[in-house]
Every structure is written in C-alpha cells, then in structure tokens.
Design a protein around this ligand. Structure first.
Ligand SMILES: NC(=O)c1ccc[n+]([C@@H]2O[C@H](COP(=O)([O-])OP(=O)(O)OC[C@H]3O[C@@H](n4cnc5c(N)ncnc54)[C@H](OP(=O)(O)O)[C@@H]3O)[C@@H](O)[C@H]2O)c1
Length: 268
C-alpha cells in the first residue's frame, strides 16, 4: 500500500534495512506510518508489519513513487533487477547502501535527483556502526544532513569523497571481521594459558570493547595507552615484543590494504 505522506521508502527489507528502521523508529526520527518498505517475500513483509507497524509492499515502483527519501537496501547483485522498469521519482533523495555500486551507476539509474552512496558496517545492527557517506553531483547540504540523521541512528557518520569508498570498505567495512578474529585469537590464548573457554571469551571481548571505549572517550592516542600499560621488564612489554616479532601491526596494515584493493577490483 502507498500513501502520499511516506517520508522514507526502503527497497529491500533485509538485515540492514531492519537495523536502520528499528532505530529510526525507536529514536522517533520517523513515525512507523511514514515508512514504506518494499520486499518480495510475504512472510518478511508480515514480520516487518507485526514487529514495527511500518507500511509494506511487494511493488518497488510504489515505494519509489511515494518516497521523499528512497533508501536502497537490496543486495548489489539484484540492483539492476530491482530497478528495472522503474520510473524514478525526481522529487526524492536516493540513498544507497549497496557495496560496490558506484555513484556513476546510481546516477544513471536516477538521473534527475540527488544521490548519496553510503557504506555502513555490521555493528550498525546493534547501534554502534561506522558509516561513511559520499555525495553525488546533485547533492546539497540539506541532503547530506538527511543522510547523516538517518545513519546517526545506527552509530557514527563521516563524509568522504567517493574515491575513499574502497578504503572505507577495507577498514570499517571489513574491519569487524578482523576484530572478530583478534577477539577469537585472544580467547584462544587464554584457553591455551588455562582459562575456561567462556571466561576467556568474556575477557577478550570486554578487553577489546573497553580499550576502544577508553581511546574513544579520552581521545588518547593508542600509542600512549600502550606506553601507559607497559611497565619496565613487565608482562605487557613481553607480549608486545612478541606481537612485533610476529608482525602483528604489519598484518593488520596489509589486511586493510588487501581488502581495499579487492573492493577496487570488485567495483571494476
Ligand atoms: N549487512 C551488512 O553489514 C552490510 C554492511 C554494509 C553494506 N551492506 C549493504 O546493504 C545491502 C543489504 O544487505 P543486507 O545484509 O541487509 O542483505 P539482505 O538481508 O539480504 O537484505 C536484502 C533484502 O532485499 C530483498 N530483495 C531481494 N530482491 C529484491 C527486489 N528485487 N526488490 C526488493 N527487495 C528485494 C531480499 O529479499 P529475499 O530475502 O527474498 O531475497 C532481502 O530481504 C547490501 O547491498 C550490502 O552491500 C550491508
């Protein structure tokens, strides 16, 4: 169903769409009856209505036509199919979270309207995401503010030129997997040193979360924090020296560079 008062239309009612809309509703940025989601699967539509009382449709054109802001939240592989035969609505701002779909491609599909390319990351699903937004050629300050207010509901937002999107993908997009590996490895180290698995995982997770929070809240440089916890001849400097000898920092640097290069490759 459609309405003329739809503020936010979402194409694709999957994981990321749900993460965003649930927080937009909880923070009262949009009212449920001003959000319309188009989603092909009936049971998923039913779930979104039951859980969030948003409006739903199986018709992408209805969502495109009704929306002031159109959020594309489908998988990149179905982009062409989802917008095939769609008549764009020149009065809406288009925001895309599709990994690897360039502003150029988006502006070809929506030639008369402002288009913003956005890269959120998985922690957005729990409200601690990191989102980068890159404005297209017709975007004005008010459109950037619209996009920022949407993604601020699921975490932090930075604006970057589109040329930085591959690096954003390599760092904050892929980064949750790198950090998950680090947490798992720290827990393995704890188990190898005699801790029960559950306690080791709790210690590892809270240590990563606590350190990130400390750095963020104090603005302390990570190198200074490291210096503060390494006493002369102590345990921590012994561990740090081992990490250096095994190339821990270069491994992370290379991981981000390689993920960035892969993102570039996939976009070609
Ligand atoms: N998840 C993340 O952490 C993350 C991070 C950064 C960027 N992104 C981007 O976010 C986008 C969505 O990812 P996701 O994880 O939310 O995927 P998802 O859970 O698979 O959601 C996509 C939804 O779109 C629906 N859909 C499929 N074809 C459609 C069509 N023709 N018209 C309308 N809807 C259609 C799917 O329905 P069916 O299930 O029936 O196919 C599904 O409900 C992707 O482009 C991804 O690159 C995701």
């Amino acid at each position: 169903m459609t309405s003329n008062s739809i503020c936010l239309g979402i194409i694709g009612g999957g994981i990321m769409a749900e993460a965003i809309l649930s927080r937009l509703l909880a923070q009262k940025i949009f009212a449920a009856n001003t959000i319309l989601v188009s989603e092909p699967r009936a049971e998923r539509r039913e779930f979104l209505v039951q859980r969030y009382q948003v409006q739903v449709t199986a018709d992408n054109q209805a969502t495109v036509s009704a929306s002031e802001i159109l959020l594309l939240a489908i998988k990149p592989q179905v982009f062409a199919q989802a917008i095939a035969n769609i008549t764009p609505n020149p009065h809406s701002t288009v925001i895309s979270i599709l990994a690897g779909v360039t502003l150029d491609k988006l502006e070809q599909a929506f030639p008369q309207q402002p288009v913003i390319r956005v890269m959120p990351n998985t922690p957005a699903t729990v409200g601690t995401g990191m989102t980068a937004i890159a404005p297209g050629t017709k975007v004005q300050e008010q459109h950037i503010q619209q996009a920022k207010s949407i993604f601020a509901a699921v975490g932090e937002v930075v604006e970057v030129p589109e040329s930085s999107m591959d690096a954003v993908t390599g760092l904050s997009g892929s980064g949750p997997a790198f950090v998950a590996l680090a947490i798992e490895a720290l827990a393995d180290g704890g188990v190898a040193s005699g801790l029960p698995r559950a306690i080791a995982l709790q210690l590892a997770t809270q240590t990563v979360l606590g350190t990130a929070t400390l750095i963020k809240e104090t603005g302390m440089h990570p190198g200074i924090l490291k210096d503060r916890v390494t006493s002369p001849g102590g345990t921590t400097i012994a561990g740090v020296a081992k990490l250096e000898s095994l190339g821990f920092r270069s491994a992370l640097i290379e991981a981000v560079k390689t993920a960035t290069a892969r993102s570039k490759e996939l976009g070609e």
